[in-house]
Design a protein around this ligand. Structure first.
Ligand SMILES: [Zn+2]
Length: 291
């Protein structure tokens, strides 16, 4: 069964939780390249992937969020895109087995088209290179995530649709404005995003990061109002981060998140997982609430 067929059964699916915070817990140091760990610490990366499968996730991501040549260039690793992304997908596929799905993670490049940082062609080629490597490594879908600019997201979605057979998920990160509605830092609303990325070919859309479950309910309602039929994915943070004893902590407990899960489903979410601050315990609680 493909991911899309599984969504079409009508059951709410469970995705995984945070990777970044988990890698730091395992010893990734500030300034170190997370994707290089697919080669240097494959067992730790596998542990993260497997812990989310064991927690009840139907799908897990890959350790490739910053795996474009633009991001890897910060570490002098721009010539290792293929190796690092293939390894990322292979590790997650090993943990997922044949009965769970692997979402190949593609994050923002940090380049802004509007500022002339890169050309559209360079950006497209960069996404294409990463996406083909994720597909070759065994990804079952591509998730273009944490996006804030429509032009960049559209290029990534097109690169995935035009260079792989995989379904494509696209999620943006929104913040609540002073008026109470939601926009990305580039000023994009859920409604604006929906029109653009669905037109580019996205099979699933949604939102990740930036908000805890409660605000995600509002955002999902906004999507549903303009897109009654498209599957929606949510990766919510464990609440808004607070600084406690000099450390950033995410306050929502697994129970907080599982309590809000039914409302998120009623609002129209089809796939629910976590972003920053969520752990296998959060995913397990969400999975129990769904089931
Ligand atoms: Zn996040």
């Amino acid at each position: 069964m493909t991911l899309i067929e599984k969504i079409e059964t009508g059951q709410t699916l469970v995705s995984d939780g945070a990777w970044g915070t988990f890698l730091h817990e395992k010893g990734l140091k500030p300034g170190e390249c997370p994707e290089l760990w697919n080669i240097t610490h494959p067992d730790d990366v596998y542990d993260i992937a497997k812990s989310y499968i064991d927690a009840g996730a139907d799908m897990i991501e890959t350790n490739s969020f910053g795996g474009s040549r633009f991001k890897l260039a910060h570490y002098g690793l721009a010539d290792r895109v293929v190796e690092l992304n293939e390894a990322a997908a292979a590790i997650s596929k090993q943990a997922a087995g044949d009965d769970h799905f692997v979402l190949g993670s593609v994050g923002p490049t940090g380049k802004i088209l509007m500022m002339g940082d890169v050309t559209e062609k360079e950006l497209y080629e960069g996404f294409k290179e990463q996406i083909i490597a994720l597909a070759n490594g065994g990804a079952d879908a591509i998730v273009v995530e944490t996006m804030s600019a429509i032009d960049e997201a559209v290029l990534a979605v097109k690169a995935a649709k035009e260079n792989s057979q995989l379904p494509v998920i696209c999620t943006f990160t929104f913040e609540q404005t002073i008026d109470g509605d939601y926009k990305t830092m580039m000023g994009v609303s859920p409604e604006m995003m929906t029109a653009a990325v669905v037109d580019a070919g996205a099979d699933v859309i949604g939102t990740n990061c930036g908000n805890g479950m409660r605000k995600m309910i509002d955002i999902i309602k906004a999507f549903r109002a303009v897109a009654p039929d498209i599957p929606l994915l949510v990766h919510a943070n464990a609440g808004a981060p607070i600084v406690k004893d000099g450390k950033t902590v995410f306050p929502e407990t697994p129970e907080d998140m599982s309590d809000l899960t039914p409302a998120l489903i009623s609002a129209g979410a089809n796939i629910i997982g976590g972003c920053c601050g969520t752990t296998p315990a959060h995913i397990s609680a969400i999975a129990k609430s769904i089931k």
